[in-house]
Design a protein around this ligand. Structure first.
Ligand code: ADP
Ligand code: ADP
Length: 221
């Protein structure tokens, strides 16, 4: 049961002499419940691939099929609304889904619990540490209740210790919430720590050069 399927996908930016082939014949699938890490050097086309899956940009060749499923995105910078409280940031997607005020409040509290930020709902983003802001961003991404969570180096700006903690937290949340995750990183350790599968992209142009399963020391589900 493939949730995301790319077959021979290519992406060219620009035209003529300015054309840049960012992705060249990329084929991959993400199955329901998988945690797939997309690993590659800076500039190899990882963000490009995520934006194609997210529908933010168009492929120039091949086929990309997410079967009408919904995606949510999380980036390196949390991009929280600074004038809104943590709770209001998490409630935004719930508002767009048409939930009533009491329903929104209840769900936002659940989500803040899930990311271990109970009691921080009234804070503003700038009052929190970088790690905590990424927790808020994760809660907001989960609030979208999408079929696929796309993560673009979400912990890349954090110190190593905070990143380790958030790896544990993300694994727990992925397991408990039965998420399907496509996670982009240039960090080998991170990819192997988190992924059920690691897909390695070459640079210039981006091509899949490895797609291998990861065996974790403890069963994950
Ligand atoms: P990564 O996420 O792996 O660092 P990107 O997907 O950001 O790589 O970039 C892949 C290649 O495509 C790079 O050479 C980059 O300069 C180029 N690129 C990315 N976005 C654009 C754009 N909007 N216009 C032109 N070139 C782009
Ligand atoms: P992480 O975000 O991975 O939990 P941090 O180093 O960001 O790690 O924070 C560690 C803990 O310190 C947080 O879980 C929180 O309990 C506390 N903390 C950090 N910053 C603040 C803050 N601005 N106000 C209150 N508590 C904080």
């Amino acid at each position: 049961d493939a949730v995301v399927r790319l077959e021979n996908v290519s992406k060219t930016y620009g035209t003529g002499t300015n054309a840049l082939l960012a992705l060249d014949g990329v084929s991959l699938t993400v199955r329901r419940g998988e945690f797939v890490c997309l690993l590659g050097a800076s500039g190899c086309g990882k963000s490009t691939l995520l934006s194609l899956v997210a529908g933010l940009d168009r492929i120039t060749g091949g086929t990309l099929d997410i079967g009408g499923r919904t995606v949510s995105l999380m980036f390196q910078e949390a991009a929280l609304f600074p004038w809104l409280s943590v709770r209001a940031n998490v409630e935004l997607p719930l508002r767009l889904q048409g939930l009533s005020r009491p329903e929104r409040r209840k769900r936002a509290e659940e989500l803040l619990d899930i990311v271990r930020l109970r009691g921080f709902g009234d804070k503003r983003p700038h009052e929190l540490s970088g790690g905590m802001r990424q927790r808020v961003a994760l809660a907001r991404a989960l609030a979208q209740n999408a079929d696929i969570l796309l993560m673009d180096e979400p912990f890349g700006a954090l110190d190593a210790m905070t990143r380790d903690i958030l790896h544990d937290e993300l694994e727990r949340i992925w397991r408990e919430q039965e998420l399907t995750v496509l996670f982009v990183t240039h960090n080998v350790r991170e990819a192997v720590r988190l992924g059920d599968r690691v897909i390695l992209l070459s640079s210039r142009p981006g091509r899949v050069i490895e797609d291998y399963p990861i065996t974790h020391p403890r069963p994950r589900r």
